[in-house]
Design a binder for this molecule. Structure first.
Ligand SMILES: [Zn+2]
Length: 416
């Protein structure tokens, strides 16, 4: 039996207190142990306490990790990401910053369809290689769990190809990967103007195969005026639910179009984006305890200024989650520390609320609150050591990596 002891953490940020999401004032209670330590046996945390207490309980053959006055946090849980795609959209990024409109970018061959074209043309091996490179950057930012969506295939064959790539990278990266089927991300070119025929393809051909092969835990959809309207989204998500998939949804990103209410009606695990959501949408999420997943990286990278109403959501008692939305078009960042900074400066979340949102609350939104997201006995030893003395420095310094080392299941997977 392998034992590991972490000693001399300036702050051991535990978030201890049970496998349930934190809401309201509780989001600021990180249960920090100053000069903390932690004992790990095999993959699992068996004790936390002061470094002195832990040092007294360490067996002679234990491996010692001296945090040397640095901060130790639970590994970040990124509950919304699109890490499997080919190429990038750097040309479109330049056009956009120079003032090109959405239509001009689309006419120049940009937008999501350009990523779909490249992803369809790529082999599984090529997609795997590119995704593994992205995932290494997630780890370097202190993340140990990533939700991964399909959605750049938009045909039966290519959506399955992406989901198989997600499954195979899950076996090749130290990160834990949670697969989500997003066949209803956009209507592909060959179905232009025929939303219902594409919805039928998703419901009758894609979903059954995804379910039979067990390729996804969640089904997601881009519910938005001009993409998948509420009525069509309801049909697709009900079909997904009947096949045993839990639900996540992209809603109210561009317009306040009733997506939050639909997430509530269907009992979705999460409603994501919510930039345009107003009081009635917040109330609807609260009624069904749907967790809001806020993605400030995409607001920032698109050069927009309307961030989701995080303070109103916290005041309403919602178990807020923060994630990167890593994708080639609107949020090319794998960095949760960058998201913590944006949450603080742009959405007025306290650093503690932001940390809770990207760890324990995120884990609960992926139905993994009993295994990850906090540092307490019984949980997996997924943790990161950052080169700072106070956890608030993660949101305060921005644009520089502060990760020192990252551990998954008690094994070192990254060292700066
Ligand atoms: Zn997204």
């Amino acid at each position: 039996m392998k034992t590991l002891a972490v000693l001399h953490a300036s702050q051991l940020v535990t978030l201890a207190g049970g496998a349930r999401p934190r809401v309201g004032r509780e989001m600021r209670e990180l249960r920090i142990i100053e000069n903390g330590g932690m004992l790990v046996r095999d993959e699992v945390i068996v004790a936390t306490g002061t470094s002195d207490d832990i040092a007294r309980a360490v067996p002679a053959d234990a491996e010692l990790i001296d945090a040397a006055g640095r901060v130790v946090l639970p590994g970040f849980v990124d509950a919304h990401a699109h890490p499997v795609f080919a190429g990038n959209r750097v040309d479109e990024f330049e056009m956009r910053v120079l003032g090109a409109s959405y239509e001009e970018i689309a006419a120049a061959g940009g937008g999501i369809r350009s990523t779909v074209r490249k992803t369809r043309a790529a082999t599984e091996a090529e997609l795997e290689q590119q995704a593994l490179k992205h995932l290494q950057r997630f780890v370097a930012c202190g993340t140990t769990t990533v939700e991964a969506k399909s959605g750049y295939g938009l045909s039966v064959e290519d959506e399955l190809k992406i989901l198989r790539v997600i499954r195979s990278i899950a076996a090749r990266t130290p990160l834990e990967i949670v697969p989500t089927f997003l066949g209803a991300h956009a209507v592909p070119e060959e179905f232009e103007g025929d939303l219902q025929r594409y919805a039928a393809l998703v419901i009758n051909e894609m979903l059954p195969l995804v379910a039979v092969e067990g390729l996804a835990e969640y089904c997601d959809i881009f519910c938005e005026r001009g993409y998948f309207d509420v009525a069509t989204a309801r049909r697709i998500l009900e079909a997904a639910k009947s096949r045993g998939l839990a639900l996540r949804m992209h809603v109210d990103q561009l317009t306040n179009s009733g997506g939050a209410a639909l997430a509530s009606e269907l009992g979705a695990a999460t409603a994501d984006h919510l930039e345009q959501t107003e009081a009635e949408g917040i109330a609807a999420l609260k009624r069904a305890n749907v967790q809001p997943v806020l993605l400030p990286g995409s607001v920032y990278a698109l050069g927009k200024t309307r961030y989701p109403r995080a303070r109103d959501m916290i005041d309403a008692g919602l178990a807020v989650v923060l994630a990167t939305d890593f994708n080639p078009g609107s949020s090319p960042t794998p960095s949760i520390p960058m998201v913590l900074s944006l949450a603080a400066t742009q959405m007025k979340m306290s650093p503690a609320e932001a940390v809770t949102s990207a760890t324990l609350n995120a884990a609960c939104s992926l139905h993994r609150g009993d295994k990850i997201g906090s540092l307490e006995p019984g949980k997996l030893a997924n943790f990161s050591i950052f080169d700072c003395e106070d956890y608030r420095e993660l949101a305060y310094y921005f644009g520089i990596p502060q990760t020192h080392t990252v551990y998954v299941r008690g094994v070192e997977v990254f060292r700066a």
